[in-house]
Design a protein around this ligand. Structure first.
Ligand code: SF4
Length: 484
């Protein structure tokens, strides 16, 4: 252990009685130490130290990157999008094998840059490095990587940053699991007016194609009091839209004695003054309760959008995927939701080419897309994920059949989306303005409660405000509108 000034290790040594408050104090001290070390480097370089954080994958990773950016900023390090930076951090995703390959390819480029600038610091974190085989490969093939840390100890990033700036050589700090949830550290939000809030970590569902339960660990919910405190703090700093995040938010609170359920949590978040919109992600269909439908239907703040991953329209494939619902029970849920909330936008995820799937199963997926009348869907071709049960299943379709099936699914999604999004044409709806339009600076882009984008005339002063917009032109997946 290094003897840092200002840090009394005895006071902060973590004992069995783990105390998140003490840990937070410890990490805040580490930020101060990182700032000193960064300053020393800057004096040597004669310029500001900068860092580039690249996020791969899902909303949970995006939220983690905001925390990493928050710590870097608090340590006085400048943020940039340029990978020529002094520190480059890849926050990785491992859901698909090709995501790993992309990271390896980009790491090679960083290695070339580091040859020219040996002071460059390269860091890998996120889901990919939770796998032992990945760490081994990096040690062997990419020895220029300076630090690897996993998903469970991201709250220790200030301490890891200190170690990085102290030039310890390759640092590998990856934990198999954790019971700790330390959240009260600085963050830099991408948007000042909206923010993700982690309500739980990990997943217990073990869908047969998915690596998440192995790399993110068992499901752990945060205490509702802490979540609400965070939401209140966000509201105080100007956030009006929160997205509650977890791999399966519908099972929030399970295993926490005396804790409220997910619908109960939503009701409490609704009471927070200043919060105007509530979103959440992701909902597993098997755990979506009648109580949640009721709370959503009655709420004034919960957005009119539900992302409900179906993955396949064939009960046979769903069973092989270990999804624990059938085509029929899923559709029943969709009908219930539509009855309670006729304006609700429903979106989904679909995998084509799961091993064992046949053309007839794809037909069922296509027919389900029409029956569920989705507003949009993310469609993927199955990619084998080493370390999951499905990696041992045999494919029954050729590559051509899978590609043909994928195109049929995509065409069905596009047809439904165009039809269903158009049901709002001519109506006036509230949009939260997110940014000035990238292509035409005379326009701004807003998001409707149903998660559809609308572009309309405006300027930068509107960003972060709510505007009533008449939806004049349906462009398929988005609208052109006019302020009223
Ligand atoms: S619910 Fe299934 S797909 Fe989602 S994270 Fe858990 S195991 Fe993976």
């Amino acid at each position: 252990m290094h003897a840092f000034r200002d840090v009394d290790y005895d006071r902060y040594t973590i004992t069995k009685e783990y105390d998140p408050d003490v840990e937070t104090v410890r990490q805040r001290d580490m930020i101060r130490r990182a700032a000193e070390l960064a300053k020393e480097r800057e004096d040597r370089l004669g310029r500001r130290l900068n860092a580039c954080v690249v996020t791969f994958g899902c909303q949970m990773n995006a939220r983690d990157s905001e925390k990493i950016n928050g710590v870097l900023t608090a340590a006085g390090i400048e943020l940039t999008d340029d990978e020529n930076a002094d520190i480059v951090i890849y926050n990785t995703c491992t859901v698909r094998d090709n995501a790993n390959q992309r990271v390896y390819g980009r790491l090679g480029n960083l290695g070339v840059m580091k040859k020219k600038h040996p002071d460059k610091m390269i860091v890998l974190c996120g889901c990919m490095v939770q796998e032992a085989a990945v760490i081994e490969k990096i040690r062997q093939t990419y020895p220029f990587v300076d630090m690897i840390f996993g998903t469970h100890n991201i709250y220790k990033f200030p301490e890891l940053l200190v170690r990085l700036l102290e030039d310890e050589g390759m640092i590998i700090d990856v934990w198999k699991k954790t019971d700790s949830v330390v959240e009260d550290l600085p963050v830099v939000r991408k948007y000042p007016f909206k923010s993700g809030v982690n309500i739980m970590f990990g997943c217990d569902n073990f869908c047969s194609y998915c690596i998440v339960p192995y790399v993110r660990g068992r499901e752990r919910s945060r205490m509702s009091g802490e979540i609400l405190e965070e939401v209140r703090r966000l509201a105080d700093t100007g956030v009006s839209e929160v997205m509650l995040l977890g791999q399966n938010v519908n099972s929030y609170g399970r295993g926490l004695e005396g804790e409220i359920s997910f619908p109960g949590l939503l009701k409490e978040v609704e009471k927070v003054e200043g919060i105007r919109r509530i979103r959440f992600m992701t909902s597993h269909p098997k755990d979506l309760s009648d109580e949640l439908i009721e709370v959503m239907a009655e709420s004034r703040k919960i957005c009119s959008h539900l992302h409900l991953p179906v993955q396949s329209g064939s009960s046979r494939v769903l069973e092989m995927m270990n999804r624990k619902y059938t085509r029929e029970s899923y559709l029943e849920l969709v009908y219930k939701l539509r009855k309670a909330m006729p304006d609700l936008s429903i979106t989904t995820d679909i995998i084509v080419g799961f091993p064992g799937e046949e053309a007839a199963d794809v037909d069922e997926t296509v027919s389900l897309i029409h029956e569920a009348a989705y507003d949009n869907a993310f469609t993927f071709i199955y990619s084998k994920r080493a370390g999951t049960p499905a990696a041992y299943y045999e494919s029954r379709m050729s590559a051509e059949e899978i590609s043909e099936g994928f195109n049929r699914v995509l065409a069905a999604v596009q047809k439904e989306a165009r039809k269903n999004v158009s049901r709002f044409s001519g109506r006036t709806m509230e949009a939260l303005v997110e940014e000035v339009n990238e292509k035409d600076s005379g326009y701004v882009t807003g998001r409707l409660s149903g998660n559809v984008l609308v572009h309309f005339k405006g300027d930068a002063s509107m960003v972060g405000t709510y505007q009533n917009i008449k939806l004049t032109e349906n462009k398929g997946f988005y609208y052109i509108g006019e302020r009223v």
